[in-house]
Design a protein around this ligand. Structure first.
Ligand code: FAD
Length: 293
């Protein structure tokens, strides 16, 4: 008999870092891959629309009721690192800071930048998350996926995937990331790696509004520009729509200042695009994924 747990009428607000989101008809948080497979089969049989997500740290979900099933991967958190080879295998719900801490503890280099990103492995690969010149795809060896329509499970090697700045092929296909294999350089200086990891976290918390609900950078940086600088130069730092505000610390962040609604945040995103286009002649493309708008 198939075993899985589905809840009904769940509010998604507490599942996103910006702390907004509407109600979903069905919700599930599988604890292992076979439960996830069973859930997908159930949804396929009933023709129910599925939306996968991880830590909800890059998501704006509309305040409307979602007809379908939201599946959260955060309980899929098996992780294994071989400190001799530097090969790390992680299920899709493993958080990036867990990876940076494990790498530092085992003297593996290269993942020090992942510390300040409050997302999962699945979300990070989907987004090709990064910081400065680093990105998650650089460390990737292969990804294990399930096809949401056929339910076939297979591995894709990194060489068959094309990643660019904040883009992965998973944004264009119907595959759910189950787990991934990465390579990090083994045999490094543990104290130095730990020091760099801590310094990276401090750099982020000093320059970004970590104390307030947000979804990180709202817009992608256009070629040769910083979105935050363009927004600031358009006079929008601190600008508010209802409870949504352009952060006074970093203009490419929107913070949920006072119980903002999804719609207020959406309006602020559109307003920023309009003003920056008018004043700077540049269209800002959102990095944040929007659902239900
Ligand atoms: C304070 C703060 C700082 C941040 N700093 C950075 C930064 O420095 N660099 C950076 O790149 N990002 C940053 N972000 C944004 C965000 O953390 C990353 O984009 C992260 O990788 C998203 O992961 P997630 O698990 O939260 O994804 P979610 O927000 O849950 O989902 C994002 C997208 O990925 C898809 N997805 C999630 N899991 C899977 C899966 N298993 N299979 C297929 N698709 C999936 C979802 O459908 C959705 O479209 C920051 C966010 C915050 C709040």
């Amino acid at each position: 008999m198939m075993k899985f747990n589905i809840q009904k009428n769940i509010n998604l607000l507490s599942y996103t870092t910006i702390k907004v989101g509407g109600q979903t008809e069905y919700f599930s948080e599988p604890v292992n891959i076979s439960e996830l497979e069973n859930i997908l089969k159930w949804a396929n049989d009933k023709n129910i629309n599925c939306q996968i997500f991880g830590a909800g740290s890059n998501l704006l979900i509309s305040g409307n009721v979602w007809k379908g099933l939201f599946i959260c991967t955060k309980k899929l958190k098996a992780i294994n690192l071989n400190p001799e080879t530097g090969i790390l295998e992680a299920e899709s719900g493993v958080m990036l800071p867990t990876i940076s801490n494990l790498l530092a503890k085992n003297s593996c280099k290269g993942g020090e930048w992942t510390i300040g990103i409050p997302g999962t492995v699945g979300g990070a690969i989907f987004m090709n998350a990064g910081y400065g010149d680093f990105s998650i795809s650089k460390h990737l060896v292969s990804v294990k996926v399930i096809d949401i329509q056929t339910l076939n499970i297979f591995n894709i090697s990194k060489k068959d995937l094309t990643f660019t700045y904040r883009f992965s092929p998973f944004q264009k296909n119907k595959l759910i990331i189950l787990s991934a294999k990465f390579y990090f350089e083994p045999g490094g200086d543990k104290d130095l790696i730990t020091k760099i990891t801590k310094a990276n976290l401090k750099k982020k918390t000093d320059s970004q509004p970590y104390h307030l609900p947000s979804f990180g950078s709202v817009f992608k940086n256009p070629d040769n520009y910083y979105a935050g600088k363009l927004i600031e130069e358009s006079g929008l730092k601190g600008f508010k729509v209802g409870g949504a505000q352009v952060s006074t610390i970093h203009a490419n962040f929107i913070v949920n200042h006072l119980e903002a609604s999804s719609e207020e945040i959406y309006q602020l995103i559109c307003l920023i695009q309009e003003k920056v286009q008018q004043k700077k002649g540049i269209f800002l493309h959102p990095e944040v994924r929007m659902i239900g708008f």
